[in-house]
Design a protein around this ligand. Structure first.
Ligand SMILES: Nc1ncnc2c1ncn2[C@@H]1O[C@H](COP(=O)(O)OP(=O)(O)OP(=O)(O)O)[C@@H](O)[C@H]1O
Ligand SMILES: [Mg+2]
Length: 261
């Protein structure tokens, strides 16, 4: 398997009047990604760590071919995402809180539906579904409509559904959001198994502990720019106390200072 490479991607959004109000700006454009590059290798969990609004979801949406970068390129398994979205989507699992599950349907129905979309054979689907549902504790509510599920149950369902086609590349946006510590551990343990099975995993998070516990390498993204990148040891080696939090705050402060010059 080849790596997943993000090469100098840029993305600028036009802001509507409403968005300008939310962002408290008079500017008509927002540069969400200002030339972002990183790569993740097979058998590795790569973390994109950054504060709210840093550009994490935007970067992952570009990788998942949901939006197109204005500049730069992304290669997954040697294929550029440009004009290959169908091929790319077969190779990736994508999870984000922006994607809402259809509320009228049950986890069982949705798993079968997405399996068919991905042309997963019926028998494989059944085996995979039962394994994932039991793993994530979905069995108890597999016949309950999504509308009646809690946030955590919905998140678990989304996770299982994103994996219907057992793809080699896994792109998870804040995968443990809304999960209690037990369920979060189930998810992180599962990600480690997927990594050990040779999958390429990219996850975004604003939680330092997730990076410390789970990621082989990480990049710190602030204001659409990668401020630092490396293994955990490499990242913390630059701080006096060897603490990722120290580095994170230092980079945020530097970035804020450069905004005010
Ligand atoms: N569709 C859009 N239209 C306009 N602006 C957008 C759009 N999507 C994202 N942005 C802006 O781009 C910036 C980056 O957003 P993004 O959602 O990628 O951040 P994030 O790192 O995922 O943040 P969070 O931790 O809050 O999820 C933010 O300023 C956001 O308001
Ligand atoms: Mg986000």
């Amino acid at each position: 398997m080849e790596p997943l490479q993000v090469e100098a991607i840029k993305k600028t959004f036009r802001l509507s009047k409403k968005q300008r109000k939310i962002e408290r700006t008079d500017l008509r454009k927002k540069v969400a990604l200002d030339g972002v590059s990183f790569s993740a290798n097979p058998g590795e969990i790569f973390g994109l760590l950054g504060p709210n609004g840093a550009g994490k979801t935007t970067a992952l949406r570009c990788i998942a071919t949901l939006i197109r970068p204005d500049e730069g390129d992304i290669r997954i398994g040697g294929i550029t995402v440009r004009n290959h979205s169908a091929e790319i989507r077969r190779k990736i699992a994508f999870l984000t809180s922006d994607l809402q599950l259809e509320t009228h349907f049950t986890p069982n129905y949705l798993f079968a539906y997405f399996s068919r979309l991905h042309k997963v054979p019926e028998r494989t689907m059944t085996v995979r579904r039962d394994a994932l549902f039991s793993r994530f504790g979905i069995d108890a509510f597999r016949e309950v409509k999504v509308a009646d599920l809690s946030t955590g149950m919905k998140q678990k369902t989304s996770l299982a559904i994103s994996l219907v086609h057992d793809p080699p590349y896994i792109i998870f946006d804040e995968p443990t959001n809304g999960l209690d510590v037990l369920t979060a551990k189930t998810v992180t343990d599962y990600l480690i198994e997927l990594k050990d099975a040779g999958k390429t995993i990219i996850l975004s998070t604003h939680i330092l502990r997730v990076v410390e516990k789970l990621c082989d390498r990480a990049a710190i993204i602030i204001d659409g720019l990668i401020k630092d990148e490396g293994t955990l040891e490499e990242l913390v080696s630059k701080t006096p106390d060897g603490d990722l939090e120290t580095l994170f705050f230092q980079l945020v402060e530097e970035s804020e200072a450069s905004d005010h010059v």
